[in-house]
Design a binder for this molecule. Structure first.
Ligand code: NAP
Length: 328
């Protein structure tokens, strides 16, 4: 632990994913609070490639890794459509779970996972790194300080260019599609600033008949008090990741909100009636931050219910967007 009083959390990884290679495993192996003890793949070669760089034992087969007594927690960066099955298997094996976004695709799946985690006294946390970047606390403070007055509306957009054929995000059976892969970010951001009492008023999902997935979408949500959240997302777009809060006295806008590089110094743009101000915020590292937060939550046990509720609410809103778009 950071306090130097506890041994590192012993973590196993299910799947030699790109995100694990580029971001999460470098953050985990740099942390004194984590020991990567095993990395599982469907194939030996890939597992060995990962353990050669990050350490731990190469394991062939995800279930084999779950059977190990020396693994306390698992990181699951499998394709979205496999998250439910493997989160349940990991919990059944007594492991805490850091589950890549979208943690699950439906409320039913979320309920099964949260029920099992609660019964077993284990943590299951959806791995939304962006929430752990300090820039959002700076925005929240500006809003709390009244810099834009009373919040009237929230806007968020996340779009990425078309993906190569064969990418997991383009395959319906693996949980592909724009809502599951990128739409989940604006939804999570709306919850961050407007709270969980949001309802979906309307939604559109653009379905690509050839691929069999949605490639773009928009949704309108609202709070009971009438504050709106207008969300746009897609995987057939020029890159864009932003949100804005519009209030009675001004507007705040922030870009590169969901995938800021470690060295990126965010620029908070504040528009008021008679002037525009740009504030440069400190760079931050959201991957090391989420690793530290996960270890803290496992150790304390204090946040398990909060993470469970968050996972359920996120899945409920995904269901509601699909239903409003006529694709439930
Ligand atoms: N939080 C973030 O910032 C962030 C960023 C990017 C992605 N993600 C999420 O992380 C997860 C993985 O994304 P990724 O881009 O890293 O994916 P990826 O490189 O395609 O990795 C997925 C892994 O899943 C395993 N797998 C098992 N069955 C598979 C199948 N039928 N087809 C393909 N792979 C299969 C493979 O590992 P083995 O071959 O080793 O078994 C593969 O390496 C997704 O849920 C994605 O949404 C999160």
């Amino acid at each position: 632990m950071t306090e130097g009083t506890q041994r590192p959390l012993r973590v196993g990884v299910l799947g030699c994913a790109n995100i694990a290679w580029r971001k999460m495993l470098p953050a985990m192996t740099a942390s004194p609070d984590v020991a990567v003890v095993a990395i599982a793949s469907r194939g030996r070669e890939r597992a060995e490639q990962f353990t050669a760089r990050f350490g731990g034992d190469p394991v062939v087969g995800y279930q084999k890794l779950l059977e190990r007594d020396d693994v306390e927690a698992v990181y699951v960066p499998l394709p979205a459509g496999m998250h439910g099955e493997w989160a349940l298997a990991a919990l059944a094996a007594g492991k805490h779970v850091l589950l890549e976004k979208p943690a699950v695709l439906t409320r039913d799946e979320a309920e099964r996972i949260v029920r099992l985690a609660t019964e077993r006294g284990l943590l299951v946390q959806e791995s939304f790194m962006f929430v752990h970047h300090g820039q959002h606390a700076a925005v929240a403070k500006a809003v709390a300080d009244g810099e834009i007055g009373e919040v009237r509306a929230f806007t968020a957009e996340f779009g990425i260019p078309p993906l190569p054929a064969g990418d997991i995000r383009t395959i319906p059976e693996l949980g592909g599609g724009a809502l599951n892969d990128v739409g989940v970010y604006p939804i999570r951001a709306a919850r961050l600033f407007l709270g969980d009492d949001l309802t979906v008023v309307g939604a559109v999902l653009h379905h690509d008949e050839e691929l069999g997935i949605d490639v773009a979408g928009s949704a309108l949500l609202r709070t009971p008090g009438g504050v709106t959240a207008q969300l746009g997302f897609g995987m057939a777009h020029g890159y864009r990741a932003m949100y804005a809060l519009w209030g009675s006295a001004g507007r705040l806008e922030l870009h590169r909100t969901f995938t800021p590089p470690d060295s990126w110094q965010p620029v908070l743009r504040l528009e008021r009636q008679d002037h525009v101000q740009q504030r440069t915020l400190p760079a931050d590292q959201q991957f090391p931050n989420i690793v530290a937060a996960f270890v803290r939550s496992v150790r304390s046990g204090d946040d398990s219910a909060t993470h469970g509720r968050s996972l359920l609410r996120q899945a409920e809103l995904l269901d509601a967007v699909r239903a409003a778009a006529g694709r439930a």
